[in-house]
Design a protein around this ligand. Structure first.
Ligand code: TMP
Ligand code: MG
Length: 214
């Protein structure tokens, strides 16, 4: 990263299950490292923390939880890492995040919880500088390997999740950019589209870390 008062960029990737997010995040990580950026890759839910272990068990249908309770745990799982995200950004690292608060809203609202209620616990989290939405139809996602293993991997659910993601995108402010990438195209083309969005941010961004929906 170049000198001056720049901080690291906060980049979030979002999408339906089997949209190719994790594959693309891994490719992006490698490319950022090659471009000599200090970079941290995070994934939400972070299944390694105490809260994350509870979430993991729920997602694998090994336990049941009230819809609101699990929603708040997903949010708490972000809050427990929020200060370390900010520290990394301030120290000049790029932070790349596989899912974030937008998944929190999309999946819980798709289950029928009120949109504003779903958004509330994530207000004031560190805001991404860009969110890359890997857009795929639920039909295409379904054809991909491993589909159906976890709780939410059902076509009807994913259809509603996509609709909520589209609403989030349409309501995202100019500063907190939401960029849609066609995730149904050839995997290498997806990688190139993502790189075009991220490359200008590799050298860091000016200004303080902003906060979600403030
Ligand atoms: P993963 O497949 O990326 O590991 O995510 C696990 C599932 O959890 C996925 O179906 C999306 C869902 N999810 C929520 O319901 N709320 C959240 O806040 C997050 C981060 C994920
Ligand atoms: Mg999944």
């Amino acid at each position: 990263m170049s000198a001056g008062n720049k901080r690291g960029a906060f980049i979030v990737m979002e999408g339906l299950d089997r949209s190719g997010k994790s594959t693309q995040a891994a490719r992006l990580l490698e490319r950022l490292q090659r471009a000599d950026a200090r970079v941290k890759l995070l994934k939400f839910p972070d299944r390694t923390t105490g809260i994350g272990i509870t979430i993991d068990s729920y997602l694998r249908s090994e336990s049941e939880l009230d819809d609101r309770a699990i929603h708040l745990l997903f949010s708490a799982n972000r809050w427990e890492l929020a200060s370390s995200i900010e520290e990394s950004l301030r120290a000049g690292s790029t932070v790349l995040c596989d899912r974030y608060a937008f998944s929190g809203i999309a999946f819980s609202a798709a289950k029928g919880l009120p949109y504003e209620w779903c958004r509330a616990p994530d207000i004031s989290l560190p805001a991404p500088d860009v969110t890359i939405f890997l857009d795929i139809t639920p039909e295409k996602a379904k054809q991909r390997g491993g589909y159906g293993e976890e709780r939410y991997e059902k076509e009807e659910m994913q259809r509603m999740v996509r609709e909520v993601f589209q609403r989030i995108g349409s309501e995202t402010s100019r500063e907190q950019r939401w960029v849609v990438v066609d995730a149904g195209q050839d995997i290498d083309l997806v990688t190139e589209d993502i790189w075009r969005i991220v490359e200008p941010l590799v050298s860091g961004v000016l200004g303080p870390v902003t906060r979600l929906w403030e």
